[in-house]
Design a protein around this ligand. Structure first.
Ligand code: NAP
Length: 281
């Protein structure tokens, strides 16, 4: 039986620190405020928005929703973002993605002020991650994986870590964060040959494919620490990670559950960054 690395405990610890910071800011009459920009009424976006607003309310962070029609033009969206950049009452800006296809995402990423970029859209903030500079904003998902490793005291220095994902939102920034902790990192992807042979020699394996129950016992060993970032529906429509939890949990050392693992930490990371934005703006 593995130790289950639950995200809730990690999120709770982060939120406790947020509350302290919000109290300190209140002494200077500052209230961290998040602007949420949502295009259209996608149910996934609405549910994520509700959860963010609830968390904001509980932590003393203000949230404001800017809902726009899904057929808004790139220019109009840039106009809204510039308004928010110049609004001193707004600390951080979150633009829900993916954006509709007709919007030029590159232009939007560059429009958000790097100082209010709590979702790490702007290339400057991503660049900072690659330079090992922690003064900017990090993408929430890889940061959540790092926080889980840190909270549960999983050593990284000199350890072999395999990341199965090479996207800009997960795998690449995560690799940089792991390198900063002196791990030896291998990145795998869909063209990697003999994946089980690579993952089952690693100390820590982070998986983020988006393929329910893809990883079974042959990918791991009894000392494996498994961080499952994937979120998708299994054949019964149930939320599942990339790991076949029933088969893998009994044979590895530590594992994050899905749901209740990485995903339950990401909102706290986002809100911690809103507080950071309030401090620096
Ligand atoms: P993505 O861009 O589709 O990346 C998937 C990665 O998996 C790619 O690098 C792909 O390789 C690799 N891959 C696909 N099939 C593979 C295979 N058979 N063997 C080895 N590698 C394979 O997706 P993403 O946006 O990074 O997200 C990945 C997962 O993380 C999704 O399930 C998403 O829902 C989840 N996610 C979770 C959170 C959270 O808060 N928990 C947040 C964001 C995303 P190629 O590069 O070669 O195509």
């Amino acid at each position: 039986m593995a130790d289950v690395l639950k995200g809730n405990a990690v999120a709770k610890a982060i939120k406790e620190n947020i509350i302290k910071d919000v109290e300190e800011l209140a002494k200077e009459n500052k209230v961290p405020t998040l602007a949420i920009v949502r295009l259209g009424n996608n149910p996934g976006d609405i549910s994520y928005e509700k959860s963010i607003i609830k968390n904001c309310d509980n932590l003393g962070i203000k949230s404001k929703v800017y809902e726009r029609n899904v057929d808004i033009s790139t220019e109009e969206l840039v106009g809204l973002i510039e308004e928010l950049n110049n609004d001193s009452s707004i600390s951080g800006i979150l633009v829900f993605r993916p954006l509709p296809k007709h919007i030029d995402e590159e232009i939007i990423r560059n429009a958000v002020s790097p100082k209010k970029d709590v979702d790490c859209m702007h290339p400057w903030n991503l660049e900072k991650i690659f330079e090992g500079d922690i003064s900017g904003f990090a993408p929430a998902t890889p940061m959540a994986a790092m926080e889980i490793l840190k909270y549960y005291g999983i050593p990284l220095e000199g350890k072999n870590v395999v990341v199965v994902n090479r996207s800009m939102v997960v795998g690449k920034p995560l690799t940089m964060m792991l390198l900063n902790e002196n791990a030896t990192v291998t990145i795998c992807h869909s063209r990697t040959k003999d994946l089980p042979n690579i993952t089952n020699k690693a100390d820590v394996v982070v998986v983020a494919l988006g393929k329910a129950k893809f990883f079974d016992e042959k990918y791991f060993n009894e000392n494996s620490v498994v961080i499952d970032v994937g979120v998708s529906e299994d054949e019964n429509g149930k939320i599942s990670g990339d790991v076949d939890y029933e088969k893998v949990e009994p044979i590895v050392s530590k594992i994050t559950p899905v749901p209740g693992g990485v995903g339950s930490v990401t909102t706290s990371i986002l809100l911690r960054q809103v507080v950071h934005a309030c401090k620096i703006n």
